[in-house]
Design a protein around this ligand. Structure first.
Ligand SMILES: Nc1ncnc2c1ncn2[C@@H]1O[C@H](COP(=O)(O)OP(=O)(O)OP(=O)(O)O)[C@@H](O)[C@H]1O
Length: 252
């Protein structure tokens, strides 16, 4: 579980996050949604400690991040997996070397243990052995995302952060990636936070949704509740999506 309490963040006097509080549950896909510029990325980076917040608390289970010493933060970072926008794989490394990279960096595992772990992670994202030696440029965008997810879970993280994980993918592949993240989140009981403005993801895996508007919490709930909400800001945001509007009409 990750909990943020009354977070404020400003840049040069401009308030970007205003009194944000929310609980991101373990074993669930927790989505942060909102318009472009609403503060999603700043919130994600603040939780990760990439930005220092002005005020508030950030709890990783029973550990308060803001008050942690450098060493404790470093230790905590080992418990965090990240899937970046675009995948951010190392182009010069093969698929399997990409997964082995965090193991080389952060563990003292033997070559045999590392090989096992690499295989375990790649199997969990449904990558076949024949693709292990390929380079990122030789595989599809969807497969690159799966490799990025496999790398993110290599160190068996308790917390998984995904920034626009299915950007640039066709809708069908995007759904497969969403479902994969949800499946892994449940299987490994991770606390997963996903930044997205993809309404399909909201409907598909939005077990817990935080909607931010102009840096403030404007609505929280689940994908089921979204179909019934009368929240004006949220409706304005999601009605921009024709598929959602249709779903909503069918439901009412
Ligand atoms: N490092 C920074 N310095 C100054 N202002 C920033 C910085 N990072 C973000 N901002 C401002 O904070 C606001 C929120 O930005 P943020 O990137 O969090 O939006 P977002 O909701 O993630 O948008 P998008 O969906 O387009 O990625 C914007 O007005 C942005 O200009």
């Amino acid at each position: 579980m990750i909990e943020v309490k009354n977070i404020y963040k400003s840049f040069d006097g401009a308030n970007v996050l205003k009194d944000i509080s929310n609980r991101f549950e373990q074993g669930k896909t927790n989505l942060i949604i909102g318009r472009s510029g609403s503060g999603k990325t700043v919130l994600l980076k603040s939780i990760l400690g990439l930005y220092d917040i002005d005020q508030g608390e950030i709890w990783y289970d029973n550990r308060e991040f803001v008050k942690m010493h450098h060493k404790e933060r470093k230790k905590l970072r080992r418990e965090i997996g990240m899937v970046f926008q675009g995948g951010a794989l190392f182009d010069s490394l093969s698929v399997e070397a990409n997964i082995r990279f965090p193991l080389d960096m952060f563990t003292h595992q033997s070559p045999v243990e590392k090989k096992k772990r690499v295989e375990f992670c790649l199997e969990h994202v449904n990558i076949e052995k024949s693709a292990f030696k390929l380079f990122p440029s030789e595989i599809s965008g969807g497969m690159q995302k799966r490799v990025a997810i496999a790398r993110a879970i290599a160190l068996n993280p308790k917390y998984l952060f995904c920034d626009e994980p299915n950007s640039g993918l066709d809708p069908e592949t995007a759904t497969i990636i969403d479902q994969l993240i949800q499946h892994l989140t449940r299987e490994f009981e991770m606390t997963t936070i996903i930044n997205t403005h993809d309404m399909n993801s909201v409907i598909e895996i939005g077990e817990s949704v935080l909607f931010i508007a102009k840096g403030e919490v404007a609505w929280t709930g689940s994908n089921k509740e979204i179909l019934e909400t009368r929240n004006k800001k949220l409706n304005d945001f999601i009605f921009a999506n024709k598929l959602y509007a249709q779903l909503r009409e069918e439901k009412n």
